[in-house]
Design a protein around this ligand. Structure first.
Ligand SMILES: NC(=O)c1ccc[n+]([C@@H]2O[C@H](COP(=O)([O-])OP(=O)(O)OC[C@H]3O[C@@H](n4cnc5c(N)ncnc54)[C@H](O)[C@@H]3O)[C@@H](O)[C@H]2O)c1
Length: 276
């Protein structure tokens, strides 16, 4: 299905985008990536560029000439480029996030004019109404239709994502251009960045679980896993926990044969799962 299909991934150097690029390359699609590298890293797709499996175009998609160049000859567009950040960013950067509306609108219009067959759009859980999510004690399973009306998206970031979804629906109705909007929720994993809420929650969960909390003196995340330093109050039960956890990198062992630092995938540990 993807063999030789001409695909553009906007924001393809990002955390999510680069995993998508991996999957498309695996399926033998002809992949072009456009990214301004404002938050994406070339490192994430360097291997594919080196092996000529991906053509990389550096440019700002708010520039109409960049969009035209990027879309030229493309069948399918995965649109992930966006001004985006974690919880704090969405709360504090209204104008920056609003610029996504311009970027999306310009891109969709060129896609229509140049006969792109399908757009797959990276939307967000932030399109769901705030008013449904005010009670932290209430377990809520969001369903697709709950998005509205009435609409009450999460800050300008959420509104921009919602507007893009609605624009794509209108483009299908009026021009027949096909699209799919995928609402990502707090994605995490390899190549992820630290400013996302789930990472803070995992770290918080890790620190609250005994005996981990007695052993850890610092905790950090770099996209490959959670690093922790082990304090002087060393507890052998922590070694047992580490043995059961999937170690992303081998731990450093100090002269006393004690683990001093380790990178651990805490999510694989049942005690951590319960803590989240
Ligand atoms: N990570 C999540 O939990 C999550 C959740 C919901 C939605 N999303 C959406 O998924 C997409 C990818 O997110 P991510 O977390 O991988 O990282 P990200 O937000 O860093 O990805 C955005 C990418 O777009 C590029 N970019 C930004 N502005 C650009 C511009 N004007 N021109 C060209 N490129 C530009 C950035 O350099 C980056 O590579 C985004 O659209 C984001 O809104 C992510």
């Amino acid at each position: 299905m993807w063999n030789s299909r001409r695909v553009l991934v906007t924001g393809g150097a990002s955390f999510v985008g680069s995993h998508l690029v991996d999957a498309l390359v695996k399926r033998k699609a002809k992949v072009r990536v456009v990214d301004d590298l404002s938050s994406g890293k070339l490192e994430n797709i360097k291997g594919h560029i080196k092996s000529s499996k991906v053509v990389f175009l550096k440019g700002d998609l708010k520039d109409a000439n960049v969009i035209k160049k990027a879309i030229n000859g493309i069948d399918t567009v995965f649109h992930l480029a966006a001004d985006h950040g974690g919880r704090g960013y969405v709360d504090l950067h209204q104008a920056a996030c609003a610029s996504n509306m311009m970027l999306d609108g310009m891109l969709f219009d060129v896609c229509r004019r140049q006969g792109v067959k399908k757009i797959v759009y990276a939307s967000s859980g932030c399109v769901y109404p705030n008013y449904l999510q005010t009670d932290p004690k209430k377990i809520l399973y969001l369903k697709e239709k709950m998005v509205g009306p009435p609409y009450d998206a999460d800050n300008m970031y959420g509104w921009a994502k919602l507007m893009a979804e609605m624009t794509l629906k209108a483009y299908y109705k009026d021009y027949g251009m096909k699209s799919a909007s995928c609402r990502y929720f707090t994605v995490y994993g390899e190549r992820g960045v630290e400013n996302h809420a789930v990472i803070a929650m995992i770290a918080h969960g890790a620190l609250s679980v005994y005996p981990v909390r007695t052993c850890i003196n610092n905790i950090g995340f770099d996209g490959s896993g959670i690093h922790c330093g082990i304090s002087g109050k060393y507890d052998t039960r922590f070694t047992d926990i580490l043995k059961n956890a999937k170690l992303v990198f081998p731990p450093d062992i100090n002269e006393d044969k004690k683990i001093t630092t380790a990178t651990v995938n805490f999510i694989n540990m049942p005690s951590m799962r319960n803590a989240l």
